[in-house]
Design a protein around this ligand. Sequence first.
Ligand code: ZN
Length: 240
Amino acid sequence: MEESKAIVLFSGGQDSTTCLAWALERFAQVETIGFDYGQRHRVELEVRPRVLDRIRRDFPDWRDRLGEDHLIDLTVLGQVSHTALTQSVAIEVQTNGLPNTFVPGRNLLFLGFAGAVAYRRGAKHLVTGVCETDYSGYPDCRDDTIKAMQLALNLGMDARFVVHTPLMFIDKAQTWELTERLGGETLVNIVCEETHTCYNGNRDQRHSWGFGCAACPACDLRAQGWKRFRSPNLIQEIAH
Ligand code: ZN
């Protein structure tokens, strides 16, 4: 098992792109893994190679560290779940308080498959962009869930994986700050131009913070974070 090798769960969104940069700063060898789980909007899968190409082009120091990309077919997940991300239904809050954008078991499956690929590729580290700060309360994004998964993977595969969650306790404005710290305006620009977060798959409208419908919960979080990131005075006002 390679101490300096990491697998990054990379969806092509803002968070996982920032996590990829975080990993490229730290580990000598970095591979990416993505999942086709029957997403309603295929644009997520289409932007992945474009983000990887831009990183290779614009960051020569990271180019040699960035290795293979693994795309795993998990379309079976779309068959067993009825959610706003896998079916054509409106986004709404369910009776249990969770939005129907929650795909039950998604991150558990993702980590399980990432562990299997890490085992095969001899990577010690797994990196995922889950966050419990300003998400919609998805229980599989919480720190306790991820720690339990790390333990389960290590017991079940007799391994010593370390699951890293660089975004777990920061909000979206701080995620933008981390993006800037890792790769400057060049990386901020790649996130704006190439990554995709919008739940409605909209890439027709370009805003200061990137493409999206500007109305869904994912766009709202991204836009609010951007505003606070670009207006430090606003953060000070909130703090006082
Ligand atoms: Zn949107």
